[in-house]
Ligand binder design. Structure first.
Ligand code: AMP
Ligand code: GLY
Length: 426
C-alpha cells in the first residue's frame, strides 16, 4: 500500500513513524513533510491548500490512502475533493469537520443533542458581549469563532481581562481576523482536562488510550495557552468507568447526531474533556489527531495503523483492530525562546542523534528545517521528545534524559510534564 500523509509537524511525524511499522505499507510520502521524516518517507513540497492539485498528484502516484494531519485542509474540504476523484482518504468531510471549524456549530450541536458542555452565548456585537461578561462575571472564557491556530481562546480570571479580550477580538484591532466577527462566551469549567481521541468509520467508534496535554507555557500550568507543551498517556484521570461514560454520553451521541444532521463523520474524532469528580463535559471537539497527544498515543498502539485508517475510510472498522500496549509514554515539547509569542527561526540544533539513539526514545520534529545538512529550528514548537517505558514516572525520567542531550539557543520546555498523573498515582 502506498500512503500519503498531509502535514509536516510533530503529529504527522508520529503518524508517518507508526505507518512505517505496518507490513502493509510499502511506501510513504509526506506532503510537505519535514527533516525528521526523511528516513521514513519521501517528502514532497506541494501546496497543502491546493486541494485539486493534491488530488491530481495522488492519482498520478497511485496513492492507496491519504491521511490528513492538520485541520485546515479538512475544514477546507480535502476529503470531499479526494472522494470526488475516487481516492481513498482518512478524515472527515468539510461538513463533518465543522465540529472543529466552527465553535458555534459545535456548541449548538451539543446543545441540540443534550451533550454536556459549558453554557454559552454567541455574540456578534461588542457592546452586547461586554454586557454579557459584566452580567456573568469572572472567571469566564472568550473564544473567537473559526480556526485561530488554538490561540483564539482566552480563559479570563478577571472581568477586566475578559473585556480586554473582547476588545482585542471584536474591536478595531481584530487580532484573529474574521474569526473575531463572532465570539463564544463560555462558562468557566473547573477540573482536569483529558483528551480522548477516537477512531471511527461513522458507525463503529473505538476510543484510543486517554492522554493529557499541557496547554500552558510554564511549569505549574502557569502563563499563556500554547498549542501544547507536552503530553502523556494513559491519563489516570480517565478511569474505565469515566471512559465508558464519555463514550455513552458524549462521543457516540455526537457521532450519531452528525450522521442525523447529514454530516456523517469518519476519521479521528478528538474529544477535549473537562473532568471533575464524576462530571465530564466537553471543552471542544477537534476533527483530527491532537498535537502533541498523538506523540504519546500512537507509540502505545499495538494494532496496525494503516489497517485501522483504511478501515475508517472504507466503513469496515472493528474494535479488535485497535489494541494497546500496557506501557506509558511521555512527550516533552522543546519550544523556541519566546514561544507562544514571537520567536527566532534558523537556530542550529545539536544532540538529536544522541537523544534518538536512546532506547525507546523517539524525537519527533515539530518545527525544524534542514539547511546545508544541518537541522535548525523553524517553528514555535520545535521538537516532541517521547519516551516509552513501564510507568509514567519512568517514561518521564527517560524523556527528560533525552531532552538533556538536545541543545539550541533559547530552547525552553516544561520540567513538570505528567505532574497530575504522578500526583494521582502516588
Ligand atoms: P479550546 O480551543 O476550546 O480547546 O480551548 C483551549 C483551552 O482553553 C482548553 O484546552 C482549556 O484549557 C481552556 N478552556 C477552553 N474552554 C474552557 C472553559 N469553558 N473552561 C475552562 N477552560 C477552558
Ligand atoms: N493538543 C491540542 C490540540 O491538538 O488541539
Amino acid at each position: 500500500m502506498k500512503v500519503a500523509v498531509i502535514g509536516g509537524g510533530g503529529r504527522e511525524h508520529t503518524i508517518v513513524w507508526k505507518l512505517a511499522q505496518s507490513p502493509k505499507v510499502e511506501k510513504i510520502y509526506a506532503i510537505p513533510g519535514g527533516p525528521g521524516m526523511k528516513k521514513l518517507a519521501e517528502c514532497v513540497p506541494l501546496d497543502t491548500n491546493d486541494l485539486e492539485g493534491l488530488a491530481q498528484w495522488a492519482k498520478e502516484h497511485a496513492i492507496d490512502l491519504t491521511v490528513v494531519g492538520p485541520e485546515a485542509p479538512l475544514v477546507a474540504g480535502i476529503v470531499d475533493v479526494f472522494k470526488a476523484h475516487g481516492l481513498m482518504i482518512f478524515g472527515p468531510s468539510a461538513k463533518a469537520a465543522e465540529i472543529e471549524g466552527s465553535k458555534i456549530f459545535s456548541k449548538e450541536l451539543m446543545e441540540k443533542y443534550g451533550v454536556p458542555t459549558a453554557f454559552f452565548k454567541v455574540c456578534s456585537d461588542l457592546e452586547e458581549a461586554k454586557a454579557y461578561v459584566r452580567e456573568k462575571g469572572a472567571p469566564i472564557v472568550i473564544k473567537a469563532d473559526g480556526l485561530a491556530a488554538g490561540k483564539g481562546v482566552v480563559v479570563a480570571m478577571t472581568e477586566a481581562e475578559a473585556l480586554e479580550a473582547l476588545e482585542e477580538m471584536m474591536g478595531t484591532e481584530h487580532k484573529f481576523g474574521s474569526a473575531g466577527n463572532r465570539v463564544v462566551i463560555e462558562e468557566f469549567m473547573d477540573g482536569e482536562e483529558c483528551s480522548l481521541l477516537c477512531f471511527t468509520d461513522g458507525r463503529t467508534i473505538v476510543p484510543m488510550i486517554p492522554a493529557q496535554d499541557h496547554k500552558r507555557v510554564n511549569d505549574g500550568d502557569q502563563g499563556p495557552n500554547t498549542g501544547g507543551m507536552g503530553a502523556y498517556a494513559p491519563a489516570p484521570v480517565m478511569t474505565d468507568a469515566l471512559k465508558q461514560k464519555t463514550m455513552d454520553t458524549i462521543v457516540r451521541p455526537v457521532v450519531e447526531a452528525l450522521a442525523r444532521e447529514g454530516r456523517p463523520y469518519s476519521g479521528c474524532l478528538y474529544a477535549g474533556l473537562m473532568i471533575k469528580g464524576d462530571s465530564i463535559k466537553v471543552v471542544e471537539f477537534n476533527c483530527r489527531f491532537g498535537d502533541p497527544e498523538t506523540q504519546v498515543v500512537l507509540p502505545l498502539l499495538d494494532g496496525d495503523l494503516a489497517e485501522i485508517m483504511m478501515a475508517c475510510a472504507t466503513g469496515t472498522l472493528s474494535p479488535d483492530m485497535v489494541r494497546w500496549s500496557p506501557k506509558a509514554a511521555v512527550c516533552v515539547v522543546m519550544a523556541s525562546g519566546g514561544y507562544p509569542a514571537s520567536y527566532p527561526k534558523g537556530i542550529a540544533i545539536t544532540g538529536l542523534a544522541e537523544a534518538d539513539a536512546l532506547k525507546d526514545v523517539v524525537v519527533f520534529h515539530a518545527g525544524t528545517k534542514e539547511v546545508d545538512g544541518r537541522i535548525v529550528t523553524n517553528g514555535g514548537r520545535v521538537l516532541g521528545v517521547t519516551a516509552i517505558d513501564d510507568s509514567i514516572a519512568r517514561a518521564k525520567e527517560r524523556a527528560y534524559a533525552a531532552v538533556d542531550r538536545i541543545h539550541f539557543e533559547g530552547a525552553h520546555y516544561r520540567r513538570d510534564i505528567a505532574w497530575r498523573a504522578l500526583k494521582r498515582l502516588k
